[in-house]
Design a binder for this molecule. Sequence first.
Ligand code: PHB
Length: 406
Amino acid sequence: MTKTFDCRRIPARRHVLAAAMLCALGAAGVPQARAQSAEPIRIGLILPMTGPFASTGRQIDAAVKLYLAQHGDTVAGRKVQVLLKDDASVADTTRRLAQELVVNDKVTVLAGFGLTPLALSTAPIATQSKTPMVVMAAATSSITQASPYIVRTSMTLPQVTIGVAEWAPKNGITRAVSLVSDYGPGIDAEKAFKDRFELNGGKVVETLRVPLRNPDFAPFLQRVRDAGAQGLFVFVPSGAGAALMKQFAERGLDKAGVRLIATGDVTDDDILNDMGDVALGAVTSFHYSAAHKSAANQKFVEAFQAANKFRPNFMAVGGYDGMRVIMEGLKSSKGAGGDALMSAMKGQTFESPRGPVLIDAQTRDIVQDVYIRRVERQGGQLWNVEFETIKGVKDPGKAGAGGAPK
Ligand code: PHB
């Protein structure tokens, strides 16, 4: 164990000289500077590790660990320490944990944020303490506007919704019902879908919103049958898609010929394989599929599966890329946080397992390719197989952002 020396205490006689030397050196700043540079850089990672959205926490935590195992946990001569905290997806807990991490643990970065309300509750803390906050999961468009210290590596709902909203009317679906979880990202998805679908000649005949927690989809799905829609557009957050699919089949909507179209949150790679045949043929648009064909993704999926025995989903990629943005940022800022780290994170461009990405310096949001995919069985497993790419999509939910696919 290392002993620390307190210069305010009067030392025993035989130690006077050594003590004086130590304190003089301390006053000159030498050992303190060294001690300071040896201080680890702390990242406060707040995730739902328990409760209904625990799969998001499990995916991101595993990806953060993988990134550090692959790239090393030292930057600017200092160790990087990740302090993982479980907020159980309760916003008050997220805010309290963030406060403690900033004040007591002196973290350089806050990261994680599994759901929109959790990110929004923490934004004022990032602003007040000038602590960069890397949103690895939450995806309501407006989140990056909640603090100038937020950078996002996940996606936004409008960004990933417009692809399928354009695809559907061109492929025989012109009458649709939309069904979304009733909170920020769901409202974003509902609006983006209706606007883009109707711009392309479709008609949304009914918009349905289901509670975020413990939704019972059955009565809503019955209304979809009654509305005589050709397609059902769905957004539910990661993890909730399995229950939706099950009830979609139980209500016989697949047999009645209603086509399921959705954002990729619904056919989440974490749970897709357990959904069974009902998922086959579902068309979604999204920024990440574990089946994405690139050398970078193959390497990522193999390493992730070897370490975890489960398939990475888009949450894992948000976490993995979030760590990339933080670590490369810290390299450039030489370990400094605050505004120096913010500038070093803005404008980063790199190849992610999902494809090429950019952290837009103006919006601090991610710009990325969005893919149209179909659920297929390949090699005995269900996959989201990409068959069309929309290049470089900005969040169209923000005023002034282009983002319209060609
Ligand atoms: C969100 O709450 O912002 C959120 C969570 C999970 C998703 C998408 C959005 O899959």
